[in-house]
Design a protein around this ligand. Sequence first.
Ligand code: GTP
Ligand code: MG
Length: 420
Amino acid sequence: TPRSPLSDEQISSPLQVFGQAKKQINKIFVDVQDYVADASERMIDVNKLCPDVINENELKSMLDYRSKVKGICEVLTRDHMKVAFFGRTSNGKSTVVNAMLGEKVLPSGIGHTTNCFLQVEGSQTGEAYLVTEGSNEKQNVESVTHLAHALNYEKQLNEKELVHVYWPKDKCSLLRDDVALVDSPGVDVTPHLDDWIDAHCIDADVFVLVANAESTLMVTEKNFFHKVSTKLSKPNIFILNNRWDASANEPEFLDQVRKQHMERATDFLVKELKVCTPEEAVSRVFFISAKEVLQARVKERSGFPLNSGALADGFGARYLEFEDFERKFEECISKSAIKTKFLNHSQQGKHLVKEMLKIMETIHNRSQEQTHLKMCQKKEFQEKLNFIEQQLISITNQMKMKIHQMVDDVEDKVSKALND
Ligand code: GTP
Ligand code: MG
């Protein structure tokens, strides 16, 4: 049946397109799930009454489809958009994540080097808690200090591991719209880049390279993304030249430095990694100050104006550029996640429905053939029955006549005898 277009509901961010697509595909799968459940129950009933109409394999396939559809529905409800942040240590990865969340969720700065993978996602219960890899235990998190403490004192943590940080959805629109943000340790601190990619990057929809605008792109950073792009076809990569507030100290070099960073970053994406065109690269490279954005947003939440406090020159422009990055990021991640996550589900779904249709058609044809056969048998039987009936009628008539004759005969004989 035709479904209402996405624009029916109000969309304030491209991320909501993902949420709506998820809702719609989920609804379709719930319909399919009801259909398979209904069909397999009917098949079981029919099989009990007429075992020749449905064979064992058909019944088994239908039950298999039932569990497959159930599996897809379960994966669907867990599907989210995933963005992973990488870069050299201290470039400001954790600060960028916090700036996007609009509050200090992850520990950052001196003494708070990120020492494992941290995935921040929306908490269903509204509480903040963390869950370490291989454990189901929810550890309550009251504050960023508490989180930092829990992470530092978690003895078994190693850099490859993933800690899930569940944060109340109502505190951040990104989490509300099903985005999971993955912070990582510096790419320069590990010899295990391949393991990292296998464990944390394969299902990421967007990668953000947090570079330091005060230096140039480093070999370790480039090397990491070369590895990523050999394992994933055309990964979506954004480059954030962070700490751009430092440029305020040297305004005379600002344009020149920006141009140089822009050229190098574009060359890296277009010529080296070949992940986008020069035109697309313009929407993939940004000059920002995560620290400023975070400070401004924290202040705004406490009721102060966004641009209050001591701000370096050019704050307004940098803030706008951060917002521009967020918008482009939202468009990109939503599109990519819909494609990678739902295209796969819908192809699987289509295949399942086609297979089910084939089985149902076979059963339908077989049952029609059997009905036809029975009708023919019935007709033949009816004809025989009519013939026998005719025979019986004529025999009965003959008998009747004979009996009448016999009675007449006897009556004649009796009256004759009486007369005699
Ligand atoms: P590791 O987890 O150790 O790899 O570092 P990180 O990349 O997560 O960096 P983090 O966010 O911890 O930031 C390191 C330091 O840089 C902190 O003291 C931040 O306040 C500071 N910082 C981050 N972004 C900016 C920025 O845009 N401008 C300035 N001036 N400082 C920043
Ligand atoms: Mg960090």
